[in-house]
Design a protein around this ligand. Sequence first.
Ligand code: SF4
Length: 912
Amino acid sequence: MAVATVRRRLRCNRVGGARRHRFGTGAGQFGVPAVSVVPGHRPRAARVARRDHQPRSAHCRSPRGRFPSDGARRCRRCACRRRADIRCSVDVRPSDEFARRAVQRRRYPGTCRSDPGELCRVAPASCCRGAGHRRVAQRDLDSGGHRLVRQRRTPGVHRIHRIRRRTVVSGRSGRDPECLRGRRGRDHLPGAEDRRSGQHDDRGAHLGSTVTESDVVSFCRICNAMCGIVATVDDGRVIRIRGDESHALSRGYTCPKGRALGVMHHHPLRLDHPQAASPADPETGLRSLLATSWDESLDDIAEIVRSVIGESGPDGIGMYLASGSAFDTNGRRAAERFLSKTGSLQKYTATTIDTPCKPLVAELVGGWSGLTPVWDHEHSKLLILFGSNPVVSHGHSNAIPDPVRRLRDFQDAGGRIVVVDPRRTETAALADVHLDVRPGSDAMVLGFLVRALLDEARIDKARIDEVRDRAVGVDELVAAVAPFTLAFAVEHTGLSETQLRELLDDVRSAGRISALSGTGSSMNATANVAEWLLWALHIVTDSYDKPGGMWFNPGYLMQLDSRDWQPSDGRAEPGPASRPELPRRFGEYPCSGLVSEIESGNIRVLFVVGGNPVTALPDRKRTEAALASLDALIVLDVVETETTRFATHVIPVAGQLERGDLTWLLDSYQLSVAAQYTPAVVAPGADRRPVWKVFAELGERLDLDVLPRGFTSDNATDESLFGPILARSRTDVDTVLSSPHGVVESGAVFGWVTERVLPDGKWRIAPFELIAQCDELTGGGPYSPAPESSAEFVFDRLLLLPQRRMRTMNSQLRDVAAPGGRTEMPTIVMSPADAHARGIADGDQAKVESDFGITFGEVAVDEKMQSGSIGMPHGWSAPDVGRLTSADTGIDPLTGMVLQSGLRVSVEKLPN
Ligand code: SF4
């Protein structure tokens, strides 16, 4: 019998039929190394015994309690340790497993099912787990604390040059990639005139030239998911962005935003040269921007900073850092270092706009604000999403690239998804259960679950003692959640008794759970209590830091699990001088205090890095007036925004395709311990410079050490500045720099937070600050959403809810036409019942009014919207959520967050 045939039979796992040798069909092909005996194979006679095995993962077929016959310490399929003391938690019987994989094969024919240690047999060059991946590294569970595991690394090159002998003969011939973004986008691009005149082709190449194209492997830096991308560059122009099929995590996925990066790079409003403002118009406060040189601009800024620090002290300098800077590793570090070197405390970030409840609860309960629970998607059985729509957002504080496939894979492996959301979102449409709660009542659902589980645990002393073993303050928690009875939850959430009981049954039967919250929950008035009860639910069910629940990603680059931790006591410092009642937490002041600091003259110079405070901050009129009154407003950005109109200095910085980067700041948001480096896809165009260089040069003018020791603005490069970060990472510098598709150290790891971060190894499950807010919630205080009938909701005022869009990130990419020429404009989303009650039809213009202001916009009638609420995306000019909010009223006392969700508003049709 031929060797290959023997091997195929040895690998067979299937029950019966001609297809039973399917798994072995790749052996000996595609350069797959010969494996003489493959553990996992069981001859037909052994199959009955194998059914008793409860594998740790869906792939494992090894008998429990035994090592494989070749003496390896782990199962060769899933790396589970078949020892009696480590029992598998996943109960997948062979027949179920075959059915699941059959479905998966039909749905995703390219999905890799190769064994660890082997090259992928399905698609060696573009495998879903990374090209040519191998499982090569294993750490011992007992000594290293790491369960698995495998290191996927694809040595290779970031840039592949292809000289295409495409002789350019016509200005209109061939494929036109910019056309993908629509006629408008193409005609606005630089060079459009030349193309129309026939001197260049549609990609901007000179007629008669030979085209050199190159594909550059990179990753998208618009949102947390950080999907792998491949950018095709043609004569310095980015002509196409596609998903990187060899990327270890995103597996070829990109959303429309990522694919629009090339168009964004060539955006007609890109900032190309430094500009300085003429004196402000006394009536409008607006200034004209005039081109200037880098030296003039930086000299001028340095002089202003020096004189303001001399006159008002370091707190005269402020800085607002937003999502445009969150993915710029060197830029963010240099900006923060510049501010701290001046001695100023006036740091403001977008964290306090939409999600301060998360670091707050992490700090109060876990002792460190940076603790971010991550979904254990490989082992958990139940995923509950509160106000989160990852199909569109790709995760709020979790990075979920390729969300639809990932959620379906989870369901195919036996997982159950419950979405708790007032709107039938895109994720709710995929879920097993959608609970359309009343807006702002997530805390009520969670309080009911925690109370019910604690009541059951208290009946059995051993069970409540287990909870006490992992948390302090259990009795206080029991008292705090006592009011969340079933009747109370029904009254406030709008859910039925049956729905709530079934949810409780789901939690009970899952044992451990994974639950995530999104902006639907975190921007609400009850955000702190809801987030706290979410943590309490995980702690009561023993789901944190344990397989099958949530884990804490220590980060590939940050290596949080190797640091020494001093748990924080969670106390806040006083706010800025003009608003001392606001809390200073996480090393920054809340954004609600920024405008009053400017108005009171405390901040005289403001740096804005990658943000648009005019549309992001509350009370737009007041914000605009404050910005216009500054001695200097220095905006570092890639395109013109509403804020650049008020700037005294506009600094054109390198966009994400023009700079090298690392997945550093959001290292611990990933679903694996992973990292990636990207070089610049193209060199910075026009007169742009990277953010780090701007602050380094300013620092040199002001005698401040902004860059790490030994670096200057002249000798540093993107890559050289990564050295200090990579030196502290899990591996050597070369491993990260030479892995174009990213490097994955392992899946979920457990135990390090309990051992190293928690005060005394226990969660502080009942912080008094949160109990006080909870008491107000249940006692009808200011945080209490009073029960209202749906009739009152329809005919009186509606609740304003945040909304995510697939083609825009807040207002980023707003005027970039998406593939197909569509540009997604913001709308006021209403239910048909609410629209009908006000005589509003789809596409009508409407006025939205709150207690604080008015905004206008186009209505989109959406039957998925719950009656009694409207949805509006944040960060736009029309409609503008900021015009409906106040920086003084409705401020959360624990975080200083402005209430931008759950506001009562009225909607009225505008005359045609
Ligand atoms: S989900 Fe979209 S925006 Fe986010 S990283 Fe991926 S491609 Fe970029």
